[in-house]
Design a protein around this ligand. Sequence first.
Ligand SMILES: Nc1ncnc2c1ncn2[C@@H]1O[C@H](COP(=O)(O)OP(=O)(O)OP(=O)(O)O)[C@@H](O)[C@H]1O
Ligand SMILES: [Mg+2]
Length: 395
Amino acid sequence: MRDQIGDDGIQVLVRFARLASETGRGSDVLPLVADALVDYVGADAVAVVEIGNDGKARFITSPHLPRELEALAIEPDAIGEELESQLLAACDGRFAQVRARPLVSRGGLFGSVVMFFKSRERPQRLDLAEGLVDLAAITLGSSTQIAHLAESHAELRASQEVLFRSEKMRALGEMAAGVSHDLKNILNPLSLHLQLIERALTSGDVPGAQESAAVCRRVLKRGVETIDRLGEYSRQSPESPHEPVDLNRLVHEASELACPRMVARGGRLTLVKEELGSPSPILARSGEIVSALVNLLVNAIDATQDGGTITLRTGEQGSESWVQVADDGPGMPPEVKARVFEPFFTTKGVRGSGLGLAMVYASVQRHGGSIELETAPGRGTTFTLKFPRAPLAKV
Ligand SMILES: Nc1ncnc2c1ncn2[C@@H]1O[C@H](COP(=O)(O)OP(=O)(O)OP(=O)(O)O)[C@@H](O)[C@H]1O
Ligand SMILES: [Mg+2]
C-alpha cells in the first residue's frame, strides 16, 4: 500500500483516521470523508450514497455535485461499477472519470462513495481515495457497533431500574403492611387502658388512673417508633440508633402490651408465667424487639384459646442473650412449621394476615440475631430469640 500511495498519501490517511476517531459519532464520518477526498485527494466532486433501512439508495452528502445528479434515482443493486457508468452518463461530459467505492462493514454493503474527476486521475491517487473510503467504512462499522452496544446497555439499565423500583415498591408495600400489623398489636391496649382511666376517675382511684395513663404514654411512644420504622425503611428519616437494652425490661413491656388481647379474645384463661434469668444487655432498638415479642405473645395467646400456659424466659449462653416465648397450645405440624416465617402465610383465615412472624424474623435478622422454633402437634410451641451481647465498653 505504501508503494502505491506514497508518503503524502500515508499522512493523509493518518490525518483522516485521527479526524474520524475524534468525531466520535459514526454519522459525522461520511461528510468528513467526502471533504477529505476533495481537499486531500483532489476529487472535483464527491457523493455519498447510503442504503437506508428501507433498502433504498439515496445521496446523503454531495459537496460540489451538480443538482441534477443529486436528483437521480439510484438502484440499490447498481451500487458498484454500474453506478459509475450510470453517473458518468448523467454527467453529460462535465466529468472525465467517476469512481464508486462500496462502503462495506461487518453488516455487509451499506452504501457507496462516488468520486468525480474532471480529468483522469493517477492510479496512486485513486488507491489513496479508496483507502480513505475503506477506512471510513471501518470507522463507521465499529462506531455503529459501539452505538448498538451503548443502546442495548442503556435499555438494560432502564429495565433494571424499572425492576429495582418495582421490587422496592413491593418490599415497601410488604413493610408497610407489616408495620401497620405491628401498630395494631401495639395500639391494641389503648382502648382498654382508656376505659380503666375513665372507671378509675369515676371511682376517685387517682393512682389507678395515673398507672393506666402511664401505660397509654408508653403505648403511644412505641406506636410512634413503629411508624418511624416505615420512614426509615423508605429512607425518609435516619435510622434510630441501637442502644444497650435489658431483655427482662422488654419482656415486661411486651406482656403489658399483649395481655389485654386475652380480655378481648374471651375464651378460657391463659396463665402467663415469667422465669427470667439475668441476661447481659444487648445492643438493640428496643421498640423493634418489643414488637417482635408482642407478635410471639399474641400468637401464643391465640394458640391457647382453650386455656393454657405461656412461659416467658430469658437467659444467656456463651456470647448470646436469649428470650423465649413458650406455650402449651396445640403446636404445629411440620408443613406449617416449615412456612411460618413466610410473609402472608397464615392458618387463621381472615383473622390473620400472616405478617407477624415475618416481621419477627426481619427484626431479629437486622439485630444480627437468630430464631429457634421447637414445635410439634400436641407438644406446644417455643420460640427462642438469640442476640449477641452488647460489647462491655458500650454498656
Ligand atoms: N404459638 C403458635 N402456636 C401454633 N401455631 C402458631 C404459633 N405461632 C404461629 N403459628 C402459626 O404460624 C402462622 C403464621 O404466624 P404469623 O404470626 O406470621 O401470622 P398470623 O398469626 O396467622 O397472622 P397475624 O400475625 O398477621 O395476625 C399462624 O397462622 C399459625 O398457623
Ligand atoms: Mg401472628
